[in-house]
Ligand binder design. Structure first.
Ligand SMILES: C[S@@+](CC[C@H](N)C(=O)[O-])C[C@H]1O[C@@H](n2cnc3c(N)ncnc32)[C@H](O)[C@@H]1O
Length: 381
């Protein structure tokens, strides 16, 4: 660690790299990320997330705190020392925090609702910029909410931290000029739109079952709808409310594989999963789908898709060399033929000219949401 590491060095690094605008520079310089990071964090590495302990590895821990990287701060499978697989909270990558706050476009006097308090670092930045009374943050995990409250207080900030489901927002303090989500959503809860003042904005990471994710900036209209474009990329952990079944393979194991239909497909799975724009669109057109990839020897892999709501699943084997025959083995099971749906969605994307994900936008109304391409008047099928 450089002996000079401090919030100011982090702010300078982010400014030099073009991620931090003058509007947020003072807040990043003031708020010390270190005060919000627990003594044990996990960083992504071989086979999962590896713990770094402040007590046993203080130099590494200190360097990480002021580095521009995401730190997992809580895992579900915590057994003290070992590699973990399921992160449940994190301190987001500082450059992503800076870009999202910039996209929020706040001005003095505005009120902000954050959903996903996590460590409390982002709430502290908001409080430093706008004042404690102007910031409300909601965290679903009671232990995290309590810890964030305590850390915020110790660091000299006092935004309101509510323990609850961010999908409901915090109606008691509405309307807000800005709403920011720091977990990824599939479906934008209408409560967040309702609680945003007309003309206000919502910035949120949004993903499809096959791609996590993009950053959306929605503007709320007088008519109570919210609409806006994709403004960038941002991969986040999912809304806890929308991940009832994290494990694709659990859906597969519950089914009777003997009844699966064996077919062949001409669609190379790499064309879908190896192209971020194809994966984003395909995921949007094949709702409730999740996927995982199992790697075999010599470059072989199998993509598994599942829809836990219907118990449907599909798998496609990629075998190097099979490309020449343009055919891959495929199995499908359940009321939905998920791979067939992927084929149709992929064909739509190709016919539409293989649009990049930045050409899409979303409109949210009281009755649901719809994805559009280029303008709100052109919904995708
Ligand atoms: C990436 S972390 C947030 C980072 C945080 N803003 C920070 O500054 O540290 C995502 C957080 O969202 C929380 N979360 C997920 N789903 C939620 C929900 N439906 N309501 C409220 N919090 C939720 C998780 O518990 C987790 O702490």
């Amino acid at each position: 660690m450089s002996s000079e590491s401090s919030p100011a060095t982090l702010a300078r690094q982010l400014t030099d790299a073009g991620y931090l605008t003058p509007s947020w520079r003072d807040a990043f310089t003031q708020v010390d990320r270190k005060r919000f990071i627990p003594d044990r964090v996990w960083i992504r590495g071989e086979g999962g997330y590896h713990p770094i302990n402040r007590t046993t590895d203080p130099d590494r821990w200190n360097a990480l705190v002021y580095d521009d990287q995401a730190l997992v701060t809580q895992v579900e499978d915590d057994d003290e020392a070992a590699t973990a697989r399921v992160p449940s909270s994190s301190a987001s990558m500082p450059r992503v925090v800076a870009l999202m706050l910039d996209a929020l476009a706040v001005a003095d006097g505005m009120t902000v609702l954050e959903v996903g308090t996590g460590t409390g670092y982002n709430a502290a930045l908001l409080a430093a910029r706008l004042g404690d009374r102007h910031v409300v943050s909601v965290e679903m995990d009671p232990r995290l909410a309590d810890t964030a409250r305590a850390r915020l207080k110790d660091a000299g900030y006092a935004p309101t931290v509510i323990t609850g489901d961010g999908s409901r927002g915090c109606p008691a303090r509405a309307p807000y000029d800005r709403v920011i989500a720091t977990y990824a959503l599939h479906k934008v809860p209408y409560a967040l739109v309702e609680q945003t003042a007309p003309g206000g904005a919502i910035v949120l990471p949004w993903g499809t079952g096959l791609y996590n994710g993009v950053l959306l900036r929605l503007t709320v209209g007088e008519d109570g709808t919210a609409s806006g474009p994709v403004v960038g990329d941002s991969a986040f952990m999912w809304n806890r409310r929308e991940t009832p079944e994290r494990d694709v393979m659990a859906t597969v194991r519950h089914q009777d594989g003997d009844q699966a239909a064996d077919t062949r497909t001409g669609l190379d799975p790499r064309d879908v999963f190896g192209d971020e724009n194809a994966a984003f669109t395909t995921g949007a057109l094949v709702p409730n789908s999740r996927y995982t990839v199992g790697h075999g020897p010599d470059g072989e892999f199998t993509v598994w898709l599942a829809d836990h709501t219907t118990g449907s699943w599909a798998c496609v084997d990629y075998v190097p060399g099979a490309t020449e025959r343009d055919e891959y083995d495929c199995r499908q099971h359940g009321p939905r033929r998920l791979w067939s749906e992927v084929e149709t969605a992929y064909a739509w994307w190709r016919n539409a000219g293989s649009p990049e994900r930045t050409r899409y936008g979303l409109t949210v109304t009281p009755t649901g949401q719809r994805l559009w391409l280029d303008t709100p008047g052109t919904p995708v099928p």
